[in-house]
Write a protein that binds this ligand. Structure first.
Ligand code: CA2
Length: 148
């Protein structure tokens, strides 16, 4: 059974508590349920994490990379939050491990402030998705299942 890693970066633990007009009313626990249901449809195992710390995200990317090297990773869905727009280190971790990355954003970052238009991750991603709300997480797992 292959594994899907879903990683969430800074402040995504606040989902459902503030800014519902931008991020919706569902919580991170709801997002985990969406991911679990999607993985169950395809017989994939799920690893779901959130951290406000860049290094923790990097450690999980390395773990996903070890699974990828063993042929046991379906892919990594990463909503890196604001680190998307700032972190060379996260991009280096993805590139260095060779993980199959789907970069995900709940909101349509291109319809927002200019500083959200650039992503360090897009250049190392297999695919980029944004603007589907939290439903995007399930769609990203659908896409990874199709790629197997
Ligand atoms: O649209 C997305 O998913 C983002 O990755 C979310 C990040 C933002 O910095 C990116 O530009 C786009 C912010 C996550 C913060 O999430 C919150 C959720 C509820 C309340 C406050 C923050």
């Amino acid at each position: 059974m292959k594994t899907v890693f879903v990683l969430n970066g800074p402040n995504l633990n606040l989902l459902g508590t503030r800014e519902p007009a931008v991020y919706g009313a569902q919580t991170l626990a709801d997002v985990e349920q969406i991911c679990a249901a999607a993985c169950a449809r395809y017989g994939l195992a799920l690893r779901f994490h959130q951290s406000n710390h860049e290094g923790a995200l990097i450690d999980w990317i390395h773990e996903a990379g070890r699974l990828q090297a063993a042929g046991e990773l379906a892919g990594l869905v990463l909503n890196a939050g604001a680190y998307t727009h700032t972190s060379v280190a996260l991009a280096d971790a993805v590139k260095g491990t060779g993980v199959t990355l789907i970069e995900l954003h709940i909101s349509n970052v291109h319809a927002r402030e200019p500083f959200r238009h650039h992503s360090y991750l897009s250049a190392v991603a297999r695919a980029v998705m944004c603007g589907f709300g939290v439903a995007g997480y399930g769609l990203a797992i659908d896409a990874l299942a199709q790629m197997q």
